[in-house]
Design a protein around this ligand. Structure first.
Ligand SMILES: CC(C)(COP(=O)(O)OP(=O)(O)OC[C@H]1O[C@@H](n2cnc3c(N)ncnc32)[C@H](O)[C@@H]1OP(=O)(O)O)[C@@H](O)C(=O)NCCC(=O)NCCS
Length: 315
């Protein structure tokens, strides 16, 4: 596939450098080395790389098979022109295309190579579409699958021993969120204590879900019972806020949700502001390992050190 794609790019007028990444046993490696001097653009052929994330981050666009590497590219914001090379790539490729993170060029057996080259070149001439694809990819896949799987297998538990899960919020959670945002008394400790109208809420919800760096999770016990969210602050810190439906409060759900969040985002220092008098909040953040940070109502939870085992053993 690779030599023919390179030739098609040359025929379409492409002239900028290309990095070709092949596996250690790729049969095309020697063919590529031979064809390199004949191409009208420079190519670097890398074999069996161990820094794929860095390579993906450095690229403007990739042409690749529609396998599971598409999700790696999406999480790194790399726009892709993808080719289906096996039946089991059909559904995934179509879904990621639908989400706007890649362009599907078609099936390898019936591929129109000049059309694929035109598609890639067209995207390279269209930075705003590339930017859009990049953001769609990062929205689609945040790269935290391993932590989410670990949490699903071994979740923190509430006082009754029930596993507490976190799942990313979606547009369909709008009604639930509105109910929680307007529950009598729920906003007592919030910075903005005025409950939004339904229209205000929906406008906010749409805006929030568009944000790439927003982590907003529905707390599941196993039904939805609240939310926990992380907002990037202007000074670079990450602020945690949480709300548990009063009907489910006092059962250890809030504490378990904060522990789950810690494991989901192990590399981030997390901060929370606890208003004087919010004793329930002070209690859950303390139990989840937050400590005073500066003494003005702010608390902090340090990252989980890599290899410490904390990610597995936190109750
Ligand atoms: C704070 C909140 C998330 C706690 O959720 P939760 O599921 O009830 O939390 P838990 O059951 O895990 O723990 C609650 C703790 O608060 C304690 N608590 C509750 N009300 C209290 C009060 N009035 N005085 C002292 N302690 C209180 C409970 O005793 C419990 O601690 P314990 O287990 O050591 O006894 C929930 O009350 C809430 O959503 N509040 C409104 C929003 C808010 O204030 N969010 C925090 C700021 S971001």
């Amino acid at each position: 596939m690779t030599p023919r794609v390179l030739s098609a790019l040359a025929d379409a007028g492409y002239r900028a450098p290309v990095t070709v990444i092949v596996g250690a046993s790729a049969e095309s490696a020697s063919v590529l080395t031979e064809m390199a001097p004949r191409l009208p653009y420079p190519i670097s052929v890398l074999h069996d790389v161990d820094d794929m994330a860095a390579q993906m981050t450095a690229a403007d666009i990739a042409i690749m098979a529609a396998g599971s590497s598409l999700l790696e590219a999406a999480s790194l914001g790399l726009p892709v022109v993808a080719v289906v090379t096996a039946d089991n790539q059909q559904r995934q490729g179509a879904a990621i295309h639908e989400a706007g993170a890649i362009r599907l060029a078609g099936d390898w057996n019936s591929l129109d190579l000049p059309a694929l080259a035109d598609m890639a070149l067209g995207l390279l001439r269209d930075p705003s579409t590339l930017q859009c694809m990049s953001e769609n990819g990062m929205r689609l896949c945040n790269g935290r699958g391993a932590s989410r799987a670990a949490l699903a297998i071994s979740p923190p538990r509430d006082n009754a021993g029930n596993g507490i899960g976190l799942r990313p919020a979606s547009f369909n959670d709008a009604e639930l969120m509105f109910r929680w945002q307007t529950t009598p008394g729920a906003r007592k400790w919030m910075r903005n204590s005025a409950a939004p109208s339904y229209a205000e809420h929906m406008a906010w919800w749409q805006r929030r879900l568009q944000m790439i760096d927003l982590d907003l999770y529905i707390v599941e016990a196993p039904k939805p019972v609240g939310y926990v969210r992380v907002d990037g602050m202007a000074d670079g810190r990450h602020e945690v806020s949480i709300m548990i439906d009063p009907d489910h409060a006092g059962r250890g759900v809030g504490t378990a949700a904060l522990r789950a969040l810690r494991r989901l985002l192990p590399e981030l220092p997390l901060h929370a502001e606890i208003r004087p008098g919010n004793l329930a909040s002070a209690s859950i953040f303390a139990k989840a390992g937050y400590r005073q940070d500066g003494g003005n109502g702010w608390y902090r939870s340090d990252p989980i050190a890599a290899g410490s085992g904390d990610a597995r053993t936190t109750p």
